[in-house]
Design a protein around this ligand. Sequence first.
Ligand SMILES: NC(=O)c1ccc[n+]([C@@H]2O[C@H](COP(=O)([O-])OP(=O)(O)OC[C@H]3O[C@@H](n4cnc5c(N)ncnc54)[C@H](OP(=O)(O)O)[C@@H]3O)[C@@H](O)[C@H]2O)c1
Length: 240
Amino acid sequence: MSETVNTPTPVALITGGSEGLGLALTSALLGRGWQVVTDGRDAARLTAAVASLSGQITALQGDVRDPGHRDDLTDAVRRLGRLDLLVHNASSLGRTPLPHLEDTTGTELHDVLDINLVVPLEITQSLLSLLTASNGVLVSITSDAAIEHYEGWGAYGASKAALDHLTLTIGEETGVRAYAVDPGDMRTRMQQDAFPGEDISDRPLPTSVVPRLLNLLDARPPSGRYRATDFDHEPAGSRK
Ligand SMILES: NC(=O)c1ccc[n+]([C@@H]2O[C@H](COP(=O)([O-])OP(=O)(O)OC[C@H]3O[C@@H](n4cnc5c(N)ncnc54)[C@H](OP(=O)(O)O)[C@@H]3O)[C@@H](O)[C@H]2O)c1
């Protein structure tokens, strides 16, 4: 299906924008005058996030694993008439404390693959024609666990490795700029869940990653897998 772009204001869909990196990126894009569609499962958390933001935001409470909720997200984007940025950010570690693979059930692996891999593909498929028509960018938030092998991170790491693969293959197949971006460790609920009871105050806040993501978006490098720290510097002649 071909689509036409009928609004001048850039639009982003960021899954999981009620806290952590998703919220920080949502806030920054709203500050740039973008319209942002986002979501989160916990209604109170999402409401608090929206209250902390100003700008044109559509925040839909729900779980990205729910097809009806995904329809609501994609319908909201279509109503806005364009899609300049699709960010697969919502993600699951699976069971915590993180189990070894020998103790990981098939059901647990399926669940992690569903949210971290299958759901991003399905959302991308729904919005691909609009993303293409808008000359938009696909960003999948990945992890060093996709390429390193850490005890307990097998299911999550495999899901992120596969997400990288799907993301970059979509770039090959469609010509959409497609990036798998490793944000690095961040001081978030997910990080705390991965290291229960540990002091994670040495990890940088997710807001520190956002300028790098914005630099990436401004630079529009070739599709590929990047670390956010690859974009510490603004590209020459960047537009704000
Ligand atoms: N934190 C790190 O150190 C780190 C390192 C490398 C990569 N990453 C990646 O960075 C991304 C962001 O992580 P983060 O640390 O910012 O996570 P976070 O602080 O836990 O935030 C996750 C966000 O996603 C939402 N979410 C989670 N599951 C969802 C679902 N099924 N449906 C809809 N929304 C959902 C959460 O809200 P609800 O819980 O209310 O749904 C929340 O808004 C993830 O892809 C993660 O894998 C993180």
